[in-house]
Write a protein that binds this ligand. Structure first.
Ligand code: HEM
Length: 211
């Protein structure tokens, strides 16, 4: 079972890209309707949805591996996190090419003037930092600070959710589902953290009694 887990995850992560390639193929070479009535909007929405789904999947790895006692899942955490960043980066790139016409002045103006872009960009910057420092080399170099730095994911996830909430004008069902998903995973982490603290306090109390 453990042997097939990583290939299964790689396969699952490749599927949305294959589907996107097929839709782009239809759009450009075939019927011209692969990405919907507005292809750029279709592309940015598709990449945005998958950015969030893969980001939340990466955020779920630790709680799930703990609750279901699947330590081998942890080995795929970095891979899922990196793919989440690739989705977000391409989503941002599509914005930079088609909305900002690759002009820094337009891009920066959008970041400053549109709150939902500001929130999305803040999340992207954090995720970029986490991706760049996700290697073993950086883990060794940063030592204890590595864990502290990677806690910034607790900010990146709500910022991404706020980005979606802010840009939506109606139809909040998916926002609710994504937020519930993030909240359940955050609750598990808090529960685990509090359990760890209680254990540490009782160990300290026992040690002081024996002295
Ligand atoms: C972690 C970062 C981000 C995530 C998870 C994310 C996710 C999403 C999602 C889920 C949507 C809505 C898709 C839909 O309605 O079907 C969306 C739309 C969009 N995002 Fe992002 N996004 C992120 C960052 C950014 C950044 C940095 C930019 C621009 C610089 C950006 C630009 C847009 C635009 C222009 C739309 C479409 C808005 C509209 O329909 O009016 N996003 N994003």
């Amino acid at each position: 079972m453990a042997r097939y887990l990583k290939p299964a995850i790689v396969f699952a992560l490749l599927m949305p890209w294959c589907w996107l390639a097929y839709r782009v193929y239809l759009e450009t070479l075939q019927t011209g309707a692969g990405l919907g009535a507005d292809p750029v909007e279709g592309l940015i929405h598709y990449l945005g949805e998958w950015s969030l789904i893969v980001l939340l999947s990466a955020f779920s790895v630790t709680p799930l591996s703990r609750q279901f006692k699947w330590p081998m899942l942890i080995r795929s955490r970095r891979l899922i996190g990196v793919v989440a960043f690739v989705f977000v980066a391409v989503h941002t790139l599509v914005f930079a090419i088609f909305y900002a016409e690759l002009k820094w002045s337009i891009f920066l103006r959008e970041v400053v003037e549109r709150p939902y872009i500001t929130l999305g960009m803040a999340s992207v910057v954090i995720l970029m930092l986490l991706t760049l420092t996700s290697t073993r080399g950086w883990q060794r170099r940063l030592g204890r600070r590595w864990k502290q730095l990677h806690r910034w994911v607790y900010l990146a996830v709500p910022l991404a959710l706020l980005h979606l909430l802010w840009l939506r004008k109606d139809g909040y069902t998916d926002v609710f589902i994504y937020s519930l998903w993030a909240a359940v995973m955050a609750a598990e982490r808090i529960h685990h953290w509090r359990g760890g603290r209680r254990e540490k306090q009782s160990r300290l109390a026992k040690a002081s009694v024996s002295i």
